[in-house]
Design a protein. Structure first.
Length: 409
């Protein structure tokens, strides 16, 4: 998009691409503009941004201002009613003026308190009275990391640029912006770095250090280790299921009980997820806690899976995967709403983000159930409002119909 530019008061206007290609000059520019509010030009009366500092200067949107940006803008976030963030109260999830997100978890992760108090935040969004949950579960935390890392968005320029190297980098960056008990979550989670055979000894040394540091207390007692990784293999044995993680030593087997694997299969909604085989169009990411037993073996305690296509865009069904593939082939911009800890079907399957000032919902209708009733009510509301939308009834058509909506942004 041509209007992805930022106006820095009294210093000029620069495109986001220029800022990304010239990181050193961008740092100088933001340092000179600190204390003023740059303006995002994604819209005519663009929303203001905030210059924050965390090891380096970076642009952050003001709290709860995501819906004010154009849908194709990297700072855009839909109205809470269109994504899973909307189910949480400000106690569970709160944006801070410095661009970080304070969260409260329902799961007992090994994170100790500390750090400085959060600065004052903007008033809660107008729909906050409807927010219900006061904590995130493990799946909600995984979705928050994935969204913060930007992997639920797609633009044509991303073709060929989505690999595990980017997953490692941007998930670490995303975890650094998330505060749990006022501490950056990236200090409490291990994300395997990309494996290169020539550097295997150095990589193993870098893996062993956080495994030891994060899996024991200061007194040496064992505690849960939190890992975000790509699943490579699930092997069933007489002793339970063994997991192997990508970019970790092949000798590292992590065991889990049948109850954990049963929940894993149910959580993915994919009939084909049956290890050791999986279609090569898909990947499975897991956020899991694990504990080392007295025999030295690692065992999964809790696990939240995320199925993605080969571009690491989350997909909840084969139909969603087919739709995402069609949109990518047609060089469209889109945003994939994540469910977090809500029930399936609560939000549009996809938001088409290249249609101007308003994102257009794309809805996939399936074969009934409570989710179908929610979706039908949403479609009826689009019709009542005269709003653009797209619908694919998979009972009637095996392939998605023509999108029929031309990009205007």
């Amino acid at each position: 998009m041509d209007n992805l530019s930022i106006n820095f008061p009294q210093l000029g206007t620069y495109s986001r691409d220029w800022l990304a290609r010239n990181p050193d000059k961008a740092q100088e520019l933001m340092a000179a503009c600190k204390g003023r509010y740059p303006v995002c030009l994604c819209k005519k009366d663009g929303p203001k941004l905030y210059i924050a500092f965390r090891q380096r200067y970076y642009l952050a949107r003001l709290p709860n201002s995501g819906p004010e940006h154009a849908p194709f803008c990297p700072s855009y976030e839909p109205d809470p009613g269109l994504c899973g963030r909307g189910i949480y109260s400000a106690t569970a999830l709160k944006e801070r003026p410095d661009g970080r997100i304070s969260v409260k978890l329902e799961v007992p992760l090994p994170i100790r308190g500390g750090g400085t108090d959060a600065p004052p935040t903007a008033p809660p969004i107008s729909g906050s009275a409807k927010l219900q949950k006061d904590g995130l579960k493990l799946r909600g935390l995984l979705h928050l990391i994935w969204e913060t890392a930007g992997f639920n968005r797609w633009a044509p320029k991303m073709e060929g640029r989505r690999h595990y190297t980017q997953v490692h980098k941007y998930c670490l960056d995303g975890a650094e912006t998330i505060l749990v008990r006022r501490r950056p979550f990236h200090n409490a989670v291990y994300i395997p770095e990309p494996f290169h055979l020539a550097d295997k000894l150095e990589i193993e040394a870098r893996r062993a250090e956080p495994f030891k540091r994060l899996s024991t207390t200061e007194g040496g007692a064992p505690r849960r280790l939190v890992v975000l990784a790509q699943l490579k293999e699930m092997k069933r044995t007489d002793y339970g299921s063994g997991l192997r993680l990508a970019h970790t030593p092949p000798q590292l087997m992590i065991w889990c009980d049948q109850e954990v694997t049963t929940r894993f299969h149910r959580a993915t909604d994919f009939a084909f997820v049956d290890w050791p085989s999986i279609h090569d169009e898909f990947q499975i990411l897991v956020l899991q806690t694990m504990l080392r037993n007295d025999r030295g073996a690692w065992r999964v305690d809790t696990l939240a899976p995320l199925v993605t296509n080969r571009h690491y865009i989350p997909v909840n069904s084969m139909a969603e995967a087919i739709l995402a593939k069609r949109l990518i082939e047609n060089k469209r911009f889109f945003y994939k709403p994540l469910n977090y800890d809500s029930e399936p079907g609560q939000y549009p399957n996809v938001l088409l983000s290249d249609m101007g000032a308003t994102a257009v919902p794309l809805e996939i209708c399936d074969d009934g159930g409570a989710a179908a009733a929610t979706r039908n009510a949403r479609i009826a509301q689009y019709q009542n409002d005269g709003a653009d939308y797209w619908r694919w009834d998979i009972k009637e058509d095996r392939e998605p119909p023509n999108i029929g909506l031309n990009a205007t942004a």
